[in-house]
Write a protein that binds this ligand. Structure first.
Ligand code: MN
Length: 500
């Protein structure tokens, strides 16, 4: 099935170099030559998934303004990378930066890596003066309260390029969300609080729109699925997954597999018909569908759709953003739920899962395709993919609506291998140990108001989400090995004092 993620190599970060006319044409020609070299090096690095596009050196306020206006309007430009090779008096940046509506990365680098001890003279000093040029630019960004990421180090260092790459992934996700459309199918699980929120505020903050649709809108597409398409999709299931015997051709539950395939075809058709990149459903509102979409939602997530269960549109949007950030990286990303605990004196763990909807990109092995009863929802038994998740580092992230602002809560975790295969558990799952430990992490998450529906990713790090939070202007609470509850409570208090 088609992957619907944007191709990151078609997106651009514009490389903009600040200078002035004080140094003369010869020096400016050198600045431009160096800038082209740095931009080309970043562009050619596989760690930076978007194109890095060199733009002519700016030396006057009008040039800054014009370039920033062009960047704002360019449909493929996800953000600006600014470098002050020389000293660029920062009043010339006021008008342009005031208009900037895309993310900014301040690359605080120097063309020369090392000081040429034997030959250094004033010409060298005048050409390599990022050390104070970057500070002048930094003052103006702070003075204007321009959100930006500052990356320090030589442009040829792998770590510096990695930081630029991480930022471009966040910028690509922000860019994608600005025009993203999320379908809230069947509204919300009744009485649930954290899945609600201000959709208008979300659209202002993140750009994505959330609109409601009835189940009949989806059911119409499900009923239009042809038998030939259902045959073809069932064959794809047979080839891709380890099928339970009862679901195999001529097995007693084969008709249920066909129903599941029909639901997947219908959901895809519905989402494609209006260009949605994410959706929610709820088991309490499934009129016209025979089963709660299980394998359908799992496979749609794997193709890049954002998904949130029980009407959780904020989760759907964050799954989508995470999928865009993670495009091309190893490790999967899924909608998740903190389901149940292992509270042992020898170390406590969280078993994460959902009723059905966990993305197979996080499967350790070939998923099993199974059918089991679902105790809630009053529908027929749903087909689902069942698998474990490989051990290793991961993050859980969520966005909640606090009424006057959005807060992202993130926890770094380690996925571990269960001591027993849990052979009776009929859903996909991940077992993890939160940092610094479950006791502190769960308390911190709960104090911060984090939802039970995080996005779980083995492809992304806290840094991706930190960059994303900063460029969307939302609060971020990170829970990791450094977390101390008393400090965290003070951080939450400071967040509440923030004027947004
Ligand atoms: Mn749930």
């Amino acid at each position: 099935m088609p992957n619907i993620l944007p191709k990151l190599e078609t997106l651009e970060a514009w490389f903009i170099t600040g200078s002035q006319h004080l140094y003369g044409d010869e020096a400016l020609a050198k600045v431009a030559e160096h800038s082209q070299q740095v931009a080309a090096a970043l562009d050619g690095d596989a760690e930076i998934p978007v194109r890095v596009v060199f733009k002519p050196v700016v030396t006057r306020p009008e040039e800054v303004c014009q370039l920033i206006d062009e960047a704002n309007a360019a449909p493929n430009c996800v953000g600006l990378i600014a470098w002050m090779h020389t000293f660029s008096p920062a009043k010339m940046w006021i008008a342009g930066l005031s208009n900037l509506n895309k993310p900014l990365l301040h690359l605080h680098t120097q063309f020369n890596r090392e000081l040429p001890w034997q030959t250094i003279d004033m010409d060298f000093m005048n050409l390599n003066q990022s050390a104070h040029g970057g500070r002048e630019f930094g003052f103006m960004c702070s003075r204007l309260r321009v959100a930006r990421k500052v990356v320090v180090g030589h442009w040829d260092d792998a770590q510096v390029r990695g930081e630029v790459g991480t930022w471009t992934r966040a910028a690509a996700a922000r860019h994608d969300l600005r025009s993203a459309r999320i379908a809230r199918i069947g509204d919300n699980m009744r009485e649930v609080a954290v899945t609600e929120g201000d959709k208008v505020a979300a659209q202002i903050t993140f750009g994505y729109s959330v609109n409601g649709y009835g189940l009949g809108d989806v059911a119409a597409f499900v009923s239009h699925a042809t038998e030939a398409d259902v045959d073809r999709l069932c064959s794809e299931y047979d080839e891709t997954y380890a099928m339970a015997n009862s679901l195999k051709p001529n097995g007693p539950h084969r008709p249920s597999l066909r129903d599941a395939a029909r639901i997947e075809l219908g959901l895809r058709g519905f989402l494609e018909s209006e260009g949605f990149v994410g959706y929610t459903d709820t088991f309490e509102n499934l009129h016209g569908l025979k089963q709660l979409p299980g394998i359908a939602s799992q496979r749609l997530m794997a193709d890049g759709y954002g998904f949130g269960a029980e009407g959780d549109w904020k989760a759907a949007a964050l799954v989508r953003a995470s999928k865009v950030m993670a495009a091309g990286l190893s490790g999967g990303t899924s909608f998740m739920e903190d389901y149940t605990y292992h509270l042992s004196p020898d170390g406590s763990q969280v078993l994460g899962a959902h009723m059905l909807e966990v993305c197979p990109t996080i499967a350790a092995d070939r998923p099993k395709c199974e059918i089991h009863p679902l105790g809630i929802g009053g529908k027929e038994d749903p087909v689902r993919l069942v698998f474990d998740t490989p051990a290793g580092p991961a993050v859980n992230a969520t966005v909640v609506d606090l009424g006057n602002r959005f807060r992202m809560v993130l926890n770094e975790v380690d996925v571990v291998t269960p001591p027993d295969p849990m052979s009776k558990l009929p859903v996909a799952r991940a077992l993890w140990e939160p940092k610094p430990n479950l006791k502190t992490a769960a308390a911190a998450w709960i104090y911060a108001g984090g939802s039970h529906h995080p996005v779980f990713s083995q492809a992304l790090t806290a840094q991706h989400y930190e960059d994303f939070a900063e460029m969307t202007g939302i609060e971020l609470v990170v829970i990791n090995s450094d977390t101390r509850l008393r400090e965290l409570k003070n951080q939450l208090l400071l967040g509440d004092l923030r004027k947004d």
